[in-house]
Write a protein that binds this ligand. Structure first.
Ligand code: A2P
Length: 290
């Protein structure tokens, strides 16, 4: 029988979760979507390093890898201490385009390897042959891993039926999904955790759409925490790696202060049972951002 219990709850921001390829990933990270190519945003990345983040999640599609690279360089931190993830967009899933995208990511990030490379979106909604495209793309991911350009390979926005298409090939290490109170994609999370695929949460705060939620507000008041900390602690206790974004140094720090309190069983269940809310509106089979 498969073990479906989530791993033990991490004790500090430096705790790492084991991946199925023998490597490990920090239990919380920093999201970079929406950063621009500006000196202010380079400073955001350097501030995030100072706040204590070591996992940085970016993507070719975000068009901010130069900013992330410059910020990490400016921070002076050693490459080995960082965990850097990037992604290949669905328009670039042909083998030669994957390599081009990866090389460009490495160049813009000013690094020679990635810790984790993800297929950003399982399919181009207009690609009728998406299953074949995906298999070929994944074979190229396996190859760039063998070549040492990336340490681990994973996927993003894959539901169980997309993951099933990779059966017989390398099991992805990670699936990065939209996950926050009000949109927890429990079926996909259960599938991943029972197949030893670590789930990462994009938009773990629901991109601020949860800020007026009365249940979360009252929970935050009861725990003497912010609503954002409740959302992040919820992900942590579900065994999920959250990658919140913030441009504000105080909120960056606040988002890492989630290791000294615990949501009780009733509150976890109450969040799990919330009616659908704060969904981004994106679905991997029918849409793609942008
Ligand atoms: P800001 O950059 O001003 O802090 P998500 O990670 O779910 O996409 O959400 C990101 C949004 O949440 C950003 O608008 C960010 O704004 C805001 N945010 C991040 N951390 C906090 C926090 N601790 N409290 C309130 N808002 C936050």
């Amino acid at each position: 029988m498969q073990d479906t219990s989530p791993p033990a709850v991490p004790k500090s921001k430096d705790t790492r979760l084991q991946l199925n390829d023998g490597t490990s990933i920090p239990c919380i990270g920093f999201g970079t979507w929406a950063l621009k190519q500006t000196p202010e945003d380079v400073k955001v990345i350097a501030n995030a390093v100072s706040a204590g983040y070591r996992l940085f999640d970016t993507a070719a599609y975000y068009k901010c890898e130069k900013t992330v690279g410059a910020g990490l360089k400016a921070s002076g931190i050693a490459r080995e201490e960082l965990y850097i993830t990037s992604k290949v967009w669905h328009a670039d899933l042909a083998p030669e385009l994957i390599r081009k995208s990866l090389n460009r990511s490495l160049e813009e990030l000013q690094i020679s390897w990635l810790d984790l490379l993800l297929i950003h979106w399982p399919r181009n909604p207009r690609d009728r042959n998406w299953k074949a495209t995906l298999k070929k793309a994944w074979a190229t991911f396996e190859q760039v891993k063998k070549e040492g350009l990336v340490k681990s390979i994973g996927v993003s926005n894959f539901l169980p039926h997309h993951l099933e298409e990779l059966k017989g090939m390398t099991v992805p290490c990670v699936d990065q999904l939209e996950f926050h109170p009000g949109y927890i994609q429990q079926e996909a999370v259960d599938y991943c955790q029972s197949h030893h695929i670590v789930v990462e949460a994009w938009s773990p705060l629901g991109q601020r759409r949860l800020r007026d939620n009365e249940m979360l507000q009252s929970m935050a008041a009861r725990y003497h925490r912010s609503l954002a900390q409740i959302c992040l602690r919820f992900a942590l206790q579900k065994g999920i790696v959250a990658i919140p974004k913030s441009a504000n140094p105080e909120r960056m720090r606040q988002n890492l202060e989630i290791f000294d309190f615990e949501l009780d069983v009733e509150d976890m269940a109450a969040i799990e049972g919330m009616p659908p809310t704060a969904w981004s509106g994106e679905h991997p089979d029918t849409s793609a951002p942008g």
